[in-house]
Design a protein around this ligand. Structure first.
Ligand code: DHB
Ligand code: FE
Length: 289
């Protein structure tokens, strides 16, 4: 049985990629952000995941407004990055894990999630920046990847409850996967931010900290929110919180917080980092919600 070892929520602001490219990690603006990852690196050195399942949102690189799936699962042997217009270096392709991807896809469809399956998928900054933050300096990361895209761009967006259930379904699929793989779940984006419109620059610290707290021990408390509720409380791009909620849904065991950081702002965003350890053996797998 595969072992889901933990979950990480992290911001994916493109400017982070620029700071990495220029080596600004110790700069006064950036160091409160980058130094928070030291504890994550120590944990990853010990936890040594084989595969990472990444819940994120595409911002127009692979999908555009004309055709935009609510949920899409990568099933490719590798995932290429490409120029998104941010002026960031293009990462080397990320290795996929088609066997695990197809297992997840089969389980999700059997579980009534009518996802889009992608045997080719470009990954954008919402995938590449977190990978660079978790495994800095390495253009060949020591993990295989399964990208799962959630639409946070083109309305109507899925609800928090739906994303939580998607995460739970992925967690059940991983629990039934016959392998000894150690699997890490990542959710990217947020927390509160709004990049345009009347509320450009909007940040809601109180809401963010409440969400981070609930994500640890009471994630169900976040499930009553509609996507529009989250936009009202966290800004129109703050709705990327949905990726964190899906990540948490996939942690079906006993969850312990290892590390948390919250720092305002990075670019226009309230940056946040949450590392949760998952003791998969502690709680029997069951369908919740
Ligand atoms: C910013 C944040 C994002 O989540 C994103 O996708 C692009 C830009 C920002 O704060 O600059
Ligand atoms: Fe984003």
């Amino acid at each position: 049985m595969a072992n889901v070892i933990g979950g990480i929520g992290t911001t994916h602001v493109p400017a982070i990629g620029g700071a990495i490219a220029k080596g600004l990690q110790n700069d006064p603006y950036w160091s409160p952000f980058f130094s928070a990852f030291d504890k994550v690196h120590t944990w990853l050195d010990k936890a040594r995941p084989d595969v990472v399942v990444v819940f994120y949102n595409d911002h127009g690189l692979n999908f555009f407004l004309d055709k935009l799936p609510t949920f899409a699962v990568g099933a490719a042997p590798e995932y290429k990055h490409a120029d998104e217009g941010w002026g960031l270096p293009i990462s080397q392709p990320y290795p996929g894990d088609p066997t695990l991807s197809w297992h997840i896809i089969e389980a999700l469809v059997a579980d009534e999630f009518d996802i889009t399956m992608c045997q080719e998928m470009l990954v954008d900054h919402a995938f590449t920046i977190p990978m660079s933050l978790l495994w800095p300096g390495a253009d060949s990361r020591p993990v295989k990847t399964v990208p799962i895209c959630i639409n946070t761009v083109q309305h109507p967006l899925p609800s928090a409850a739906r994303c939580y259930k998607l995460g739970q379904a992925v967690g059940r699929a991983l629990g039934a996967y016959k392998s000894n793989d150690r699997i890490l779940i990542v959710g990217t984006g947020g927390l509160s931010h709004q990049l345009d419109g009347k509320r450009a620059g909007f940040i809601n610290k109180e809401f963010d900290l409440m969400c981070m707290d609930k994500l640890v021990h009471d994630p169900q408390a976040l499930t009553p929110f509609s996507s529009l509720d989250i936009i009202e409380k966290a800004g129109s791009q703050g709705v990327e919180l949905l990726n964190w909620i899906a990540m948490r849904g996939a942690l079906t065991g006993h969850v312990k917080k290892i590390h948390q950081n919250y720092h305002i702002p990075i670019s226009n965003t309230a940056s946040a980092l949450l590392l949760l350890e998952n003791n998969a053996g502690a709680v029997p797998l069951r369908k919740v919600g």
